[in-house]
Design a protein around this ligand. Structure first.
Ligand code: GLV
Length: 338
């Protein structure tokens, strides 16, 4: 018997992850699962988690109290390979003394880049133009063909000025934009604002919505942000303005968004995430002024590699008793006082 292997903690890998995490996880843990690139079904998850120390999962796996209990009390760490962790019932984990970790930082630039890809695509009608050319409908240049709206000099509204929101705002320096932002923890400190940037804090979402030409969402999904953008808020947006969402689908009431686009109030939308992913609200795909992506925010080879490595390192650090990137630090304080 290989005793070194026997001593490794056990980890359920809910689906295949990219390298280098895929190899690293096998060096550090006795791994169950994770061979196939498909979400692990609930029955499989309930069975697989039994007796393991760690669950390394992705946003495709909902992890609730029942999944945690199916471990029989062995589960100590849930390492999510994502920065968002709304797929995990964190309160249930905290009640059970299970640490939950995520992968912040490594996907900031990739997600900010994608938000910008959507901003430019929707404002300059890039996808409509591509379709027109492919369909052989590009006759001659015309002064009226697929006119969009200027991004340079426009006002950008960032809802949620965390890491990703700030990275989106920094990129807007190249477009000479005025930036309005909301932030749960109040205005940024002066040293967090780049020299020459015109970033203005708004303590109310309504104020931002009524002034911005482009609104980009960067809040985590929780009970306070579900349907943050409902029909009232969409109605407050400027006529002809654009909404971009690379955060989580349920932050937007998707039916209300479709209505607002159909009515011609909003100028367009760029979406990477959906309310009932991978399902789409009725009518969304009939609209020409939307750009729809299949949740690609962190989808670069470089970023997915860093996420897989960080998810494994988070799991190892937590089982060693040196946890990092913990989203429920209450568990740690309880451990300290025990
Ligand atoms: C991706 O959506 C993530 O939260 O990492």
């Amino acid at each position: 018997m290989d005793t070194s292997t026997a001593k490794k903690p056990t980890l359920l890998l809910s689906r295949r992850i990219p390298e280098p995490g895929f190899s690293l996880v096998r060096e550090e843990f006795t791994v169950i699962g994770g061979e196939e690139d498909r979400p692990m079904g609930r029955a499989e998850l309930l069975r697989g988690v039994e007796g393991v120390d760690v669950l390394l999962c992705l946003l495709t796996e909902p992890v609730d109290g029942a999944v945690m209990d199916a471990s029989g009390g062995s589960l100590r760490v849930i390492s999510n390979m994502a920065v968002g962790y709304d797929n995990i019932d964190v309160q249930a984990a905290t009640e059970r003394g299970i640490l939950v970790t995520n992968t912040p930082g490594v996907l900031t630039d990739a997600t900010a880049d994608l938000a910008w890809a959507l901003i430019l695509s929707v404002a300059r009608r890039v996808v409509e133009g591509d379709h027109l050319v492919r369909q052989g409908r590009f006759g001659r240049w015309s002064p009226f063909l697929l006119l969009g709206h200027a991004v340079a000099g426009a006002t950008l509204g960032i809802v949620g000025m965390g890491r990703i929101g700030q990275a989106v705002a920094r990129r807007s320096l190249g477009w000479d934009m005025r930036v309005l932002y909301t932030r749960k923890s109040g205005p940024l400190a002066q040293e967090q604002v780049p020299a020459g940037a015109c970033w203005e804090y708004r303590d109310e979402l309504d104020g931002l919505l009524s002034e911005a030409d482009i609104v980009s969402l960067h809040v985590p999904l929780d009970s306070t942000t579900r349907h943050l953008m409902g029909s009232r808020e969409l109605g407050l947006m400027r006529p002809g303005s654009y909404l971009v969402n690379t955060s989580r689908g349920p932050v937007v009431d998707e039916d209300a968004l479709v209505q607002s686009l159909q009515s011609g109030h909003l100028g367009g939308a760029g979406l990477d995430v959906y309310e009932a992913e991978p399902g789409l609200a009725a009518g969304l795909t009939d609209l020409e002024n939307v750009v729809l992506l299949p949740h690609l925010g962190s989808a670069t080879v470089e970023t997915r590699g860093m996420m897989s490595e960080l998810a494994v390192r988070n799991a190892s650090a937590a089982v060693r008793g040196e946890p990092v990137n913990v989203v429920n630090p209450e568990v740690l304080s309880r451990m300290m006082s025990a």
